[in-house]
Ligand binder design. Structure first.
Ligand code: SAM
Length: 227
């Protein structure tokens, strides 16, 4: 029996290891009328693994403004929808935030179905303090980068940053310059996947490691606060 009507479920999916999905997520994804997904090919692989045949609809940064009103209309019409991202928790550094905000503005009920997120996964094995921390997502690439790094130099809480492989070394070098080369850093790579790796040390140690090793996969940088 269907649990809810006119509801948007925000459903976390694995960040790599396909087993990292909750029983509830599998059930909700099976029961909703449609699933809005960033990359339908990636989500299709997950659905196939769990024998879920719910229709998929594309929802990404380039079509979100156009597609959102259609999804809101479907929700108003009584359908239940789920939104998922390519990996992890929707809305954390991905376009789901936009749909959730519009749904709330339109009095649509939004229900979280929690699960993995890359930042929290890296944080909890970083060895750095977890009592107070901040999520920075991706640092600005150019405009605003200097200001953001300056702000972070005084940040006392542990800092969690997402970074693409192409900019990993640049960001580590910038963190060394602004926050100090001796600052403790943990880089989590390919979390929950076959080539999962945690590299811990001073900023300089980690820069040295990645200067001498191929940089492949997905990365989270966790940085000690200025304590
Ligand atoms: N919504 C996702 C979450 O909850 O973590 C994050 C989406 S964001 C567009 C993608 C970034 O998350 C990647 O560039 C990388 O920094 C990080 N990421 C995702 N999966 C990862 C993994 N398995 N290992 C390390 N970092 C990962």
């Amino acid at each position: 029996m269907r649990e809810y009507e006119s509801t948007l479920f925000v459903v976390a999916t694995p960040i790599g290891n396909m087993e990292d999905i909750t029983f509830r997520a599998v059930r909700i994804l099976s029961e909703v009328d449609a699933i809005a997904a960033e990359d339908t090919r990636i989500t299709k692989r997950l659905l196939d693994q769990y024998n879920i045949s719910t229709p998929l609809t594309r929802y990404h940064d380039h079509n979100k403004e156009q597609v959102t009103p259609e999804l809101i209309a479907r929700l108003h019409g009584g359908e239940s929808l789920a939104i998922v991202s390519d990996a992890g928790t929707p809305g954390i550094s991905d376009p789901a935030f936009y749909l959730v905000r519009e749904a709330i503005r339109n009095d649509i009920q939004c229900i979280p179905v929690p699960g993995p997120s890359a930042g929290i996964s890296a944080l909890i094995v970083s060895g750095l303090p977890t009592d107070r921390w901040v999520f920075e997502g991706f640092l600005p690439k150019k405009k605003g980068r200097h200001t953001r790094l300056l702000e972070l130099s005084g940040e006392e809480r542990t800092i969690v940053i997402y970074e693409a492989k192409y900019r990993l070394l640049k960001t580590l070098r910038d963190l060394g310059e602004y926050l100090g080369e001796e600052r403790q850093v943990t880089v989590g790579r390919e979390l929950t996947k076959k080539f999962e790796e945690m590299v811990r040390g001073t900023c300089n140690n980690v820069i040295e490691y990645y200067s001498n090793n191929t940089i492949k996969g997905e990365f989270v940088i966790v940085v000690e606060g200025n304590r």
